[in-house]
Design a binder for this molecule. Structure first.
Ligand SMILES: [Mg+2]
Length: 263
């Protein structure tokens, strides 16, 4: 395979660059190579951390990454709300990453009764009382947007409940989200392409999860590479009706030209 045809590379983080907070073998060198080859953007559904924090953690591991290259689902949610509705009053159900990105895009964090929007993401401090506040906001007329619906979240000690658990709790009160911006939503990929400044056909999405990274990017018109260094495999992808453009054992192999055409 030949990566020369792509002007931008959109990379998932967990299972592609890192696993259990450590770089995957050859991943740092691979990202350096891709950075010389084109524009690199990192696309993650993790809404708990600020873009700056994601970038500095990766930089500490040796990856040549800056804040501007990081697209989180919290950033996408804040960006989309701003584009569609201008600055709005928000009651967030989420962690610091969500609160900061909303504020950075000019939105105002307010009390539940004053909120125009409830925006929810993963929240490891979720309580019954917080849900009651969200309900209060929604009953007062607020609209509901979500960062993503990931069922689980990988940690060193195994899987923990993901944003899907939080969104599901609010949905269970009778309020489904009007939109969910994270992968596999096309919104996530369009935001990444906007940051990269390229058209879909100029970009390659590299991910480990067929149902989000690969299916969503393909729907957005991008070529895709499934790497087998994370949670997904080709059989699962095919069983889900998802077919990546390329498959490779990991990012280092892909960059070394060892990606195999799937089609
Ligand atoms: Mg992943």
């Amino acid at each position: 395979m030949d990566l020369d045809r792509y002007a931008a590379f959109v990379l998932d983080i967990d299972g592609v660059l890192v696993r259990n907070r450590a770089p995957l073998p050859g991943a740092v060198e691979a990202v350096k190579w891709l950075t010389r080859q084109g524009t690199v953007v990192l696309l993650t559904n993790n809404s708990t951390r600020e873009r700056e924090t994601v970038a500095s953690r990766l930089a500490a591991l040796g990856f040549p990454v800056q804040r501007e290259q990081v697209v989180t689902s919290a950033f996408v949610a804040a960006h989309l709300l701003r584009q569609r509705h201008g600055p709005v009053r928000v009651w967030p159900v989420g962690e610091q990453g969500l609160v900061s990105e909303l504020a950075a895009r000019g939105h105002t964090i307010c009390d539940p009764q004053e909120a125009e929007w409830v925006v929810a993401g993963m929240d490891r401090q979720l309580t019954y009382s917080k849900l009651a506040d969200a309900l209060q906001a929604l009953l007062s007329g607020a609209r509901f947007a979500a960062t993503n619906r990931d069922y689980t979240f990988p940690t060193e000690s195994g899987q923990v409940p993901g944003a899907g658990a939080v969104i599901g709790a609010i949905e269970g009160m009778g309020f489904p989200p009007e939109f969910v911006v994270g992968k596999p939503s096309e919104t996530a990929f369009r935001a990444a392409l906007e940051v990269a400044g390229v058209e879909p056909e100029q970009a390659l999405m590299v991910g480990d999860r067929p149902e989000t990274d690969i299916a969503g990017a393909a729907a957005a018109g991008m070529d895709t590479a499934l790497v087998l260094s994370g949670v997904g495999d080709l059989d699962t992808a095919r069983a889900q009706g998802t077919c990546p453009t390329w498959v490779a054992p990991d990012l280092a192999s892909l960059v070394a030209g060892q990606g195999e055409s799937v089609r």
